[in-house]
Ligand binder design. Sequence first.
Ligand code: FAD
Length: 125
Amino acid sequence: MSKLANETAKAELGRATWKLLHTMTLRYPEKPTQDEREALEAYMYLTSRLYPCGECATEFQALLKKFPPQTASRLSASLWLCSVHNEVNARLGKPMFDCSKLDAEYDCGCGDATTSTAATDGRPK
Ligand code: FAD
């Protein structure tokens, strides 16, 4: 793959990942249980370990050390992720995003039902 194709693929992966992460925090419960808080925190750390772009994974791990995931509420989680994304934007010379516009930007079309809150890690028993 050429350098340009590599950069294009990396950017596409980044856009798709940010979209999923932001949409997830904006659907996260307003009053999460301890189990839900641990699930979101684990998701972020596992993403930083398994993210396919090595340079991005290293960057994300360093950011998580500096700015640990905020999981106390939907608002704190979504604003935390917005500011982490802005840290990446700053490093890459991209414009800052206005975090007061999150709700308008991310609509998953999922209706009112929230995701399952069952205390399980989702693996078959
Ligand atoms: P993106 O940054 O992908 O953003 C997509 C859209 O999200 C924007 O168009 C805007 O509408 C919205 N948006 C922008 N900022 C915010 C925000 N703060 N909050 C909410 N919404 C916002 N690329 C590298 O080259 N080097 C790296 O080290 C690197 N690290 C990354 C780490 C992670 C965890 C992720 C997920 C991606 C990383 N990337 C990295 C990819 C990079 O962040 C971009 O996704 C990619 O360059 C494409 O950029 P873009 O300009 O299309 O917008």
